[in-house]
Design a protein around this ligand. Structure first.
Ligand code: PMV
Length: 295
């Protein structure tokens, strides 16, 4: 039996703007999905959702991996630190960890690059559309500028995620942003370009390990995500609670409209309790250079 794990991710900068060609920076976090694969008589998939065979309703990503690899004699067992559907890349993590575990268990010989490509194709098939960000970061780990695939230094400060536990549909929010851009093109184009400038400036702060400047730039990015229309009162309550508790900076991470915010801090416990007091579910984590690994 082989067990592999793959990480989830946060966006430090540039979500939404990346869809319009601007750079973005994502960061793999030490919240992982673990998948064990074992050669077996038939297909079995076990997770917190139950035990099934190939089942595109209950286990769409894992079923698609098994179909894509063309293996019909495999038993897969999944456990995860990542909340589902909250913008932290849980579907990419389960897809990449399953691809890697079956690849190793059955000696299929695919490279990491091929696993990342197949993972992206599977996300596109299951979701209709998907950017390569989540599967790329889950495969290779680290802090990554997405458009150039440039790897930056990892972050040496605490990361606290605040989950609103409000489900959000990325596709719906992308449509809303598109409409706002169409209705006010001259204004919204400059918002998108300014987010791109923040990302470029943020890249320097990551390399200089200047977390104070990084946090201030995240705060500005949050304001512009609000301008794009993806903020909610609950997300902002968690963002302000984190800042008031002394975080370097805090912003929405991912599509917005619900889901999660993220704060950088040297006092994770203090920031986490402020987020909880403001009604969020806090998760303390760290940046990780490790992408998919065998355990
Ligand atoms: O919340 P998530 O992880 O689905 O992130 C969406 C990020 C967007 O930039 C809004 C869309 C994308 O595919 O890049």
């Amino acid at each position: 039996m082989i067990t592999c794990s793959a990480p989830g991710k946060i966006y430090l900068f540039g979500e939404h703007a990346v869809v319009y060609g601007e750079p973005a920076i994502a960061c793999a976090v030490e919240l992982r999905t673990h998948v064990s694969a074992k050669r077996s008589d038939a297909v079995t998939i076990s997770s917190g959702l139950g035990t099934t065979g190939l089942d595109y309703e209950i286990h769409p990503y894992v079923s698609s991996v098994i179909e894509k690899l063309g293996v019909m004699e495999i038993s897969v067992d999944i456990s995860s630190d990542l909340p589902v559907g909250s913008g932290l890349g849980s579907s990419a993590a389960v897809t990449i960890a399953t691809l890697a575990a079956i690849n190793t268990e059955l000696g299929l010989g695919y490279s990491h690059r091929e696993l990342a490509r197949m993972g992206h194709e599977i996300e596109q098939e299951v979701q209709g559309a998907a950017s390569p960000t989540d599967t790329f970061v889950s495969t290779f780990g680290g802090v990554v500028e997405i458009t150039s695939r440039k790897r930056l230094d990892s972050l040496d400060c605490g990361i606290v995620i605040g989950n609103t536990n409000r489900p959000k549909k990325t596709a719906v929010i992308l449509e809303e942003v598109k409409r706002r851009i169409k209705d006010f093109p001259d204004i919204m184009d400059s918002v998108i370009k300014t987010i791109g400038s923040i990302t470029k400036r943020g890249e320097i702060s990551v390399l200089e390990k200047d977390y104070r400047s990084l946090g201030r730039l995240m705060n500005i990015n949050h304001g512009l995500l609000d301008a794009l229309g993806v903020g909610t009162a609950e997300l902002s309550a968690l963002v302000y609670a984190a800042r008031n508790a002394g975080a370097f900076g805090a912003k929405i991470t991912g599509a917005g409209g619900g889901g999660c915010m993220v704060a950088l801090t040297d006092s994770p416990l203090k920031v986490a309790s402020a987020i909880e007091a403001a009604g969020g579910q806090a998760i303390i984590t760290r940046s990780t250079p490790l992408g998919v690994v065998q355990e």
